[in-house]
Design a protein. Structure first.
Ligand SMILES: Nc1nc2c([nH]c(=O)n2[C@@H]2O[C@H](COP(=O)(O)OP(=O)(O)OP(=O)(O)O)[C@@H](O)[C@H]2O)c(=O)[nH]1
Length: 128
């Protein structure tokens, strides 16, 4: 099975965490943490800075590493590196997503995260 290597950013502002809803593709309407596939030669941190600029028009600071999720979807294996981030400049604009929310820890369960993200949400809840 092919492996897709992805980086995802959990943007934190105080008590709130930023989640986005996919606007297209196989997982349309699923909630996730913004990010995307690594390009050849990029570090995960570089890919995250690039993706969040492309998708949300923000500059971010990559903070602590959260975890690397290994998840088998029916059609591919996902390796997803997750990091906390802070916004350095800008306000998120939804250039690719159909919706987004700033969620408190309690509210993280109120949206339907993609299956691979369930583990990430659990880890966030343990850490805060
Ligand atoms: N960015 C991101 N992708 C995730 C998360 N959870 C998860 O399963 N994925 C999966 O990771 C894969 C790669 O994400 P992507 O944003 O590059 O996907 P894409 O195929 O829409 O990108 P593309 O259109 O640029 O090729 C997707 O299959 C997506 O469903 C997540 O929290 N964030």
């Amino acid at each position: 099975m092919k492996t897709i290597e992805v980086v995802a950013g959990v943007i934190r502002d105080g008590e709130k965490f930023f989640a986005t809803q996919r606007g297209y593709g196989e997982f349309k309407d699923g909630w996730e943490f913004p990010g995307g596939k690594l390009e050849p030669g990029e570090t995960p941190e570089e890919a995250l800075v690039r993706e969040l600029k492309e998708e949300l028009a923000i500059d971010i600071l990559v903070k602590d590493f959260i975890c690397t999720v290994e998840y088998d979807y029916p059609k591919f294996h996902l390796t997803m590196h997750c990091f906390y981030c802070e916004i350095q400049r800008g306000t998120p604009q939804l250039l690719e997503h159909e919706n987004a929310k700033w969620l408190s820890l309690a509210e993280l369960n109120s949206v339907n995260f993609l299956p691979a993200d369930v583990e990430v949400v659990k880890k966030i809840k343990r850490e805060f």
